[in-house]
Each structure stands twice: as C-alpha cells, then as structure tokens.
Design a protein around this ligand. Sequence first.
Ligand code: URA
Length: 455
Amino acid sequence: SAPDLQVSGTLHGADGATVRVPPGFVDLARQVICHRSGERFGLLYRLLWRIAHGERALLEICTDPEVRRVVRMAQSVRRDGHKMKAFVRFRQVAGVAPEQFVAWFEPEHHVVDAVAPFFQARFAGMRWSILTPERSVHWDGAALSFAAGARRESAPTDDALDDLWRTYYGHIFNPARLKVQAMRAEMPVRYWHNLPEARAIRPLVRAARQRTGDMIEAAPSPAPHKAAKWVPLARPCAPTGGEHPADRLRAELAACERCALHRVATQAVPGEGPPQARLMLIGEQPGDEEDLRGRPFVGPAGRLLDELMAESGIVRERTYLTNAVKHFRFQPRGKRRMHQRPDGGHIEHCRWWLEHELALVRPEVVVALGATAAQALLRHAVRMADLRGRPLPYGPAALIVTWHPSYLLRLREPAQRAEARAGLLADLRTARVLLDQDHRRPVGDLRAAEPPRCA
Ligand code: URA
C-alpha cells in the first residue's frame, strides 16, 4: 500500500508496521510520487526495502542505478512544477460576474496538487480555475478544491490579456542577446501552444539580426534624466554655450551619486582655485568642516597646509586645491563624525571627477597629499616610503607624492611630527621650484603614467 508520508522519517505501512528511513527519503518520495512513470511506486518500494534491510546510506550512493533513476525523476517533477508556475496563463471567462479566470495547462507529471498552493497565494484575490487533462483545481477566494480533469475546449482560448502578454514579451525580447538554444531550454516548445506570447517568438527571432543591425546603426537614444547625470561631459575642457566648464563641472558634481557616500555626506566638495592654476594639490577627501562648508582644506588639516604653503612660497589663491574623493566618509561616534578612509571603490568612482579636473586645469605640477591621492592618480595602491618626495613624470606634468597634513596632526611623538613636517615642507618647496623650472625634462626613473585627457 502507499506509505503515509505525513510522518517525516518514519513510514507507517497499512499493516501497522513502521520503517525508519532517512528524512531525505520522504522528501524524495513526495516528489517521485508525482512522476508520470508507472514504475514510480515499484522503484520507491525497492529503495524502501533496501533501506529497511540495512542500506541506510543508500541515498548517498549517487552511482546506484535505482537511486540515480529516482533522483532524475524528482528533478523532472520539480522542473515541471516550475514550468507550471511560469507558464500558466489565465483568461477571463466572458460574461461572468464576479470575474472568473480559467487557464488550460498540460503538465508533464502529476504536479497540480503540489503547485496549487503557489497560485492560491499568488492570486488570492481572484476566482480562478486551472484545468488540466487529468486534474483541475479551483479557487473561489476562500478555499481550494480539486476535481477531475477537463477538456481543452472548456477553457477560454483568447482574450485581451493575450495581446498584453505579446506586447510584454516583445518588449523584454532583446534581439542582440538572442540565444535560441537557451531560449528553448527555458521555454520548451511543448508549452508553446498554451502561451499567447509564443506566437510572437518566431517573427521576433526572424527579425532579430536585422533589428540588431538597426540598433547598432541608430544614434544612441538620450539617457533618462537620472542617468544623464553620469554621461561624461561632452567636452569638459571647452566652454559650452557661454557657461564655463568649471562651473558646469561643479554643478554636475553637486548631483553626484556615483557611490554610496552621497547618502551620508552633507554635500560633494568641489575643487577650488583658478582653472588656469599651474599647481594642483590633491588631498584625500573632505573632513568634517569641509563637508559642512563645502570647501576643501578649511579645517585643521587645511590650516596646517596653509601654514606650510606660505612657508614654502606657494600662494593658495593661485593654487587649485581638490580631493581624490569628493564626499566625506565618516563613522558616527556619539555626536561626532569620525573620519574613515575611503576605500578603493570610492577612489575609483571619484577618479572620474579628478580626471576631469586635471583635464580642465592642466596643471604643470601636481602634489598628491597622502596615499589616497597617489593611488587615485597612479591607479594602484602605493607605499609612501617608496615614492615620497621624488618628482615623477605624470603625463605632461610633474607629480610629487608627499605626506598628508592630517598625518602630521595624528603623530603624537614631537620628533616624528617635526620630521614629517620637514618632509612635507621640503616637498612643497620642490613643487615650488619645479614651477620655476622647465620640469618637462624627464624626471625620476618611473615610466610616465597615463596622462588624463579630456573625453
Ligand atoms: N583632508 C583632505 O584630504 N582634504 C580636505 O579637504 C580636508 C582634509
């Protein structure tokens, strides 16, 4: 007799005998019982007999022919259940109130009972029936009921929803991504005759090559408003319609959502200084004060930098100051916002802005303050000890990598701080001297880095 599968792990036979089985067997049997094959009960019984007679780990032996066979049967049943969920198409019964929907479906296996709860949950507010050749299921808004099979003619064949399905399918069909084999595997031909959208498939496939060619030929369509923010500025270096590109860059940066930092920072902090500056100083990211005021280097690190620039003969007003990352990254601690280093992703996303600034200003000397700025420029993580203070070629400019002023502020040991200060000051002086020289002569011994250029 068919075992009672309600009890997981213990099967009760009709004669009162019980057999302990691994729980996996019960799940497997539940699925295999739905298989169309007439040998399903015999196969399951053989497995049960073998398990009961000592082969406790039988289901783990995937090379066993009987195990293999039932596992395949279970797979096929599961797949059929998925297909039923995906390919049932309801049609409205004409002239019936309240509304009633009926679908015709031809499952491969006996999956109607197992899949019905899915439709109950999905279309709880609708009155519907799914008719199949062997079994029907009905939902009246309150309860499921099952009945005998039906004939195809009992289900409506065409309604306004069919056109909607075809329109939908036409829209999601991407001719440039056409893979007929994969499509057939996903949507096997045996289900097509019940799918309203199937009628659209052949014409769409036939026209795919032509449509792909047309798409390549056609001019790109304008990006939607939100995406338009990320379209690179057409010519950031050239004035457009009277608006200075630096102003345009600022305006676009203000709307930057390239990474998640914009969600927590007060604002994007743009670079500051004359667009024709010969010297560009690049920091890491705005700090707490910069974030609130919207200007770079106006907090404690900025004040130290001002002091050092003055000592080295650099005039701030003639220098372009900016950051590798334009939004403040922090961690809240009580009422305070503690600086957090930007990660590689933030640097990568923000390089887009930095490169536009470099292309716009075209500085002759670039000073990277700290490892983040150096990483943004050189596109790889750097060790300060390897690069600090040695002028490097950077496209047509000279690059100097030096300490970040915040690093000095963090040093507790006076001797260490004095040493770092002297190093930073010396590097700024080098930048100052380079501006006075023809630095375009080869400098350093590194390969020239890729120069930033306008799009
Ligand atoms: N640190 C930076 O790197 N940049 C600023 O603007 C302020 C502090």
